[in-house]
Ligand binder design. Structure first.
Ligand code: FAD
Length: 106
């Protein structure tokens, strides 16, 4: 099976970067496509119990796809739930753009 840590780091990089570059004002079609992508993702993520946990969390808190900021913060919240579950520190979601889009300002 895939290495859960290596797969996780690569996948979070993809998910947060995708959210950081999602449109500020997505149209209806883009919003539908993002919902569909995340729903499909949670079916096929190749760590079975991770995917199951993600589907449970997505039922409680469905993806927010109305804007770039909403999607980025939603993703940050999902990742923080996993961080907490694994005993890792929470990430400060105010630093999302610095980490995943713009880089450090200085
Ligand atoms: P990662 O958690 O992979 O984070 C990578 C980088 O993202 C960090 O260095 C930090 O710069 C940044 N970051 C951290 N938190 C946030 C945040 N909230 N928002 C934005 N950026 C952030 N592992 C398990 O053992 N059990 C599971 O059930 C499980 N479920 C997972 C579910 C999903 C959907 C994914 C993608 C991964 C899951 N993993 C799970 C893997 C786990 O989340 C980590 O990826 C793995 O443990 C490696 O952790 P890491 O400390 O290297 O950093």
């Amino acid at each position: 099976p895939p290495d859960r840590e290596v797969l996780g780091r690569a996948t979070w990089t993809f998910l947060h970067t995708m959210a950081a570059y999602y449109p500020e004002k997505p149209n209806e079609r883009e919003q539908t496509m993002m919902k569909s992508l995340l729903s499909s993702f949670s079916q096929f993520y190749p760590c079975g119990h991770c995917a199951e946990h993600l589907r449970d969390e997505m039922k409680k808190e469905p993806p927010k796809v109305a804007s770039r900021m909403e999607l980025a913060w939603w993703m940050c919240g999902m990742h923080n739930k996993v961080n907490t579950m694994l005993g890792k520190d929470e990430f400060d979601c105010n630093k999302l753009d610095e980490r995943w889009r713009d880089g450090p300002s200085d």
